[in-house]
Design a protein around this ligand. Structure first.
Ligand SMILES: [Zn+2]
Ligand SMILES: [Zn+2]
Length: 359
């Protein structure tokens, strides 16, 4: 069996290859990709910012697809739900070995033996592809009955990332005043979860009208334009939160300058959760004294765990009609047009772009 795939052969060079699709290994499955989500990280991987990769690699770590072949011994997903050929599944793209210090003692992802990419011609789980070959140890979950694969894919790895942030740094509490910096997929996911958890107010800072409109739909109560000066933004947020300030500020902007502003916006005894700076390498001046006198907690998170993918899938399926999640997908591209998909993601033109192998 063979399938098409978008292969990054070196930084800034993507080619469409016909690659061999191996039979699944014991414990693994082969999936026919229905949606390959395009993530901001893919832009950094493709342009070389994320460091040296084991080229050539198949891009894409967000996928929803239908089971094409079950490996020996597989009759259920990683939550014990029985599966058969043709079922829709979503997978956690971070394989875990189950027998290392991170896996068994820390119980954290990633794991010492996690391999993010594999050579494009070897069995491969990159999702800009017709097929994804999921090894043993790569968690996959069957979508609930009636779930729209586009709704589950719409927030991509951003929604699991936000859930991991709350796992690591504590959840939103009832009546918290929340500020979200940035309304890309991570920011929109933060808005959605904060709203579901009972935040009193959710203020979003961004300037792209389509993203701000989406943020409102997902539960934002207040919009602050990035076109205002930093002082004006702070005043607008203080007007919303009142004198107690923001209880939780979530960095989802992906730009370094957001960091000192986020610390500043976090109210006394508040928490600042940094999720968006994965690709933003550099430093920023901050006043450490502010952390002490305001009693602040700062945390960050990346590399969601399988449980975060499981909960993200169920949350998306449950809310798919209420907040029209699939409508967040603004751009669709064929495998051959992967370069264009990365361009609209990089420019911010897309709320969310996907690769649709059927195109
Ligand atoms: Zn991602
Ligand atoms: Zn491990």
């Amino acid at each position: 069996m063979k399938g098409k795939a978008a292969v990054l052969v070196k930084p800034d060079r993507i080619e469409t290859w016909e690659v061999p699709i191996a039979d699944p290994e014991p414990g693994g499955i082969v999936v026919r990709t229905v949606v390959g989500g395009v993530c901001g990280s893919d832009v950094h991987i493709a342009n070389g910012d994320a460091g040296e990769m084991p080229f050539p690699i198949i891009l894409g770590h967000e996928g929803v697809g239908r089971i094409e072949k079950l490996g020996p011994g597989v009759d259920a997903d990683y939550a014990g739900v029985s599966v058969k050929v043709g079922d829709l599944v979503v997978w956690s793209p971070i394989p875990l070995c189950g027998r290392c210090y991170s896996c068994t003692v820390l119980q954290q992802t990633p794991c010492e033996n996690t391999q993010y990419f594999e050579h494009a011609e070897k069995p491969n789980w990159g999702s800009y592809s017709d097929y994804a070959w999921l090894p043993r140890g790569m968690s996959f979950y069957r979508l609930p009955e009636g779930a729209d694969p586009l709704a589950v894919a719409a927030l991509g790895c951003a929604l699991p990332t936000v859930l991991r942030g709350f796992d690591r740094c504590g959840p939103i509490q009832l009546n918290d005043a929340v500020v979200v910096q940035g309304a890309g997929p991570v920011g929109l996911s933060a808005v959605l979860v904060a709203s579901q958890m009972g935040a009193r107010s959710i203020t979003v800072i961004d300037k792209a009208p389509a993203r701000l409109e989406a943020a409102r739909r997902l539960g934002a109560t207040n919009i602050v334009s990035l076109d205002l000066s930093m002082e004006e933004r702070a005043r607008a947020i203080a007007d919303e939160t009142g004198p107690s300030g923001a209880d939780v500020v979530i960095e989802c902007a992906g730009v370094l300058q957001a960091f000192p502003e986020g610390i500043d916006l976090t109210g006394p005894h508040g928490r600042y959760i940094v999720l968006g700076l994965w690709g933003a390498i550099g430093t920023q001046p901050v006043s450490p004294r502010d952390l002490t006198v305001k009693n602040l907690t700062i945390g960050g998170a990346a590399f969601p765990a399988p449980r975060n993918y499981y909960h993200a899938m169920h949350l998306a399926a449950r809310l798919q009609n209420k907040v029209l999640l699939a409508d967040l997908i603004s751009h669709r591209f064929s495998i051959a047009d992967a370069t264009k998909a990365l361009e609209v993601t990089h420019s911010g033109a897309a709320t969310k772009a996907i690769i649709d192998p059927a195109l």
